[in-house]
Design a protein around this ligand. Structure first.
Ligand code: FAD
Length: 464
């Protein structure tokens, strides 16, 4: 039976079990749809599309060496994939399509429609769950419900996997090169060029992180001026690497990692489980893909409608240096440190009382690692409308966050060179210093809100 592998956000070869299954079934063709209009509707950042196209080009060439032809086809919207996929199957006498599940609502509906068409045409459509370790629906409460808080989800996740020693399937085919044509659809704008896409470099990045940095991750992961996190999120978001593959690598160095959840080295695995948690949530609650509050209690919050203040936040002109430097990091690099994502998201939703959906959308439009599940989860967590054990009155103070996590102002100075000469003790809120030295008007933005007053306003608004 002729098989076809359909690549989506699972752009990996050797650790892609669904792909390996297709190759075991003799697949000689794979397919990838360039869905520019759908991506625009999903607010996918240009830098992420560029990374995606570079990676597709890379795996296309790699697969050709193994005699597999990866066809790249234009399908502006998901709805176009359906006809194009079935036409392709007819032309190549394909009777089995294999892919990895995607959990977001539009992706789910696309696959549901395709499944119905396949049933009619006697084509088998098989979906694997390669993006996460625990399949959706497998980590449940005793009442068979999805956990609504992370910690019990994590405990149940760990119980399920504590004795597992992860391994990957063997790559099943040997080299047998074929010629492939150039593909115009894959030309991008090179904005992601700083992010390597070849497997050799990536496996060095992963190995170096696990070998050299995992042990200190817990100590430095909140310091944005230190490169203490893995930087793997763009690759996880596009499925270039998988959590399972990372677990295999971690267990090579730390075989007991899953039974030592109180150890410092476990902290990073904890983050991978957060990722799983958000994937499970997005699959379980389709309303999250539609922009609804997770917690309906907050549907009545009156968000402020200030385009001017939203613009100031987007452009890093709030007058709070850590917030502004963080937004500059996003605008200049397409990535933002996790601590700063929490700070700027809290600032937008609490200090400015602007709807989290606006921030969520802006992040998607700029992040190289944009991922609906994690982004939505992160924004709703910060806005207190999501799955969170903490009550709504957690409002990050951007000045004390700055003092704690950027004590010498190294990060601030990197992205706000105009504050280069401000002494350390004034860097976190330099307005008094700047005024006293006669520089304020030329040098830096006035504070958009007063912290105390903004906090009080947010608490009153959420009290509803
Ligand atoms: P590391 O610290 O090395 O963590 C390893 C991996 O674990 C990450 O690559 C990521 O896949 C996962 N991870 C880490 N922290 C989280 C978390 N809090 N939630 C879910 N997964 C996590 N992450 C995205 O991948 N895409 C997004 O669009 C996204 N938007 C966010 C928006 C907000 C408001 C917040 C607060 C967080 C968001 N995150 C998002 C989570 C987190 O900020 C990033 O995953 C992390 O900064 C990526 O850097 P890293 O790869 O160096 O992470």
């Amino acid at each position: 039976m002729n098989s076809l592998f359909w690549f989506r956000r699972d752009l990996r070869l050797f650790s892609n079990e669904a792909l390996i299954e297709a190759l075991n079934n003799g697949a000689k063709h794979a397919i990838f749809f360039v869905c520019e209009k759908q991506w625009a509707q999903h607010n996918t950042a240009a830098i992420q599309i560029d990374l995606l196209k570079r990676r597709v080009s890379y795996i296309r060439e790699k697969l050709a060496k193994y005699g597999v032809n990866l066809h790249v086809i234009d399908a502006p919207f998901f709805a176009d994939c359906q006809t194009k996929l079935l036409d392709f199957c007819q032309q190549h006498d394909i009777k089995h399509i294999i892919a990895n599940t995607e959990y977001e609502l539009n992706e789910f509906n696309r696959d549901k429609a395709i499944q119905a068409q396949c049933d009619q045409q006697q084509i088998t459509f098989t979906l694997y769950e390669g993006d996460i370790i625990a399949p959706v629906g497998s980590v449940r409460t005793q009442n068979n419900e999805m956990y609504k808080v992370f910690t019990p989800f994590k405990r149940a996740w760990l119980k399920q996997y504590q004795d597992t020693h992860f391994s990957l399937l063997q790559w099943p085919i040997s080299e047998e090169p074929i010629e492939i044509e150039q593909c115009e659809l894959l030309s991008g704008d090179e904005s992601s060029i700083k992010w390597p896409v070849d497997d050799d470099t990536l496996s060095t990045v992963v190995d170096n992180f696990i070998h050299d940095k995992l042990a200190s991750y817990d100590d430095v992961r909140d310091i944005p001026s230190v490169k203490g996190t893995s930087g793997l999120s763009p690759y996880l978001a596009l499925g270039v690497v998988s959590s399972k593959q990372l677990m295999v690598n971690i267990q090579q160095h730390y075989p007991d990692i899953l039974t030592t959840s109180k150890s410092k080295t476990f902290t990073w695995v904890n983050e991978l489980i957060w990722r799983e948690f958000y994937k499970h949530l997005i699959a379980e609650f389709p309303k999250l893909s539609r922009g609804a509050n997770f917690n309906e209690k907050y549907d009545s919050v009156s968000w402020r409608d200030s385009d001017a203040e939203f613009k100031q936040w987007c452009e890093g002109r709030t007058g709070y240096p850590l917030v502004d430097a963080a937004m500059q990091q996003l605008l200049q690099t397409g990535w933002m440190h996790n601590r700063l994502r929490m700070v700027v998201a809290s600032f937008l939703t609490k200090h400015l009382l602007i709807d989290w959906r606006k921030g969520e959308q802006f992040f998607m439009q700029h992040l190289i690692d944009g991922d609906l599940a994690s982004n939505n989860g992160g924004w709703q967590w910060a806005a207190s409308t999501g799955c969170d054990a903490q009550p709504y009155f957690r409002v990050f103070n951007p000045i004390t966050q700055s003092e704690r996590f950027d004590p010498n102002g190294d990060f601030i100075r990197k992205y706000l060179p105009e504050l280069q000469k401000v002494p350390d003790k004034h860097i976190h809120f330099p307005h008094t210093y700047l005024a006293a030295t006669g520089q304020s008007e030329h040098c830096y933005w006035p504070a958009i809100v007063d912290h105390k007053a903004a906090r009080a306003r947010a608490l009153a608004a959420f009290k509803v």
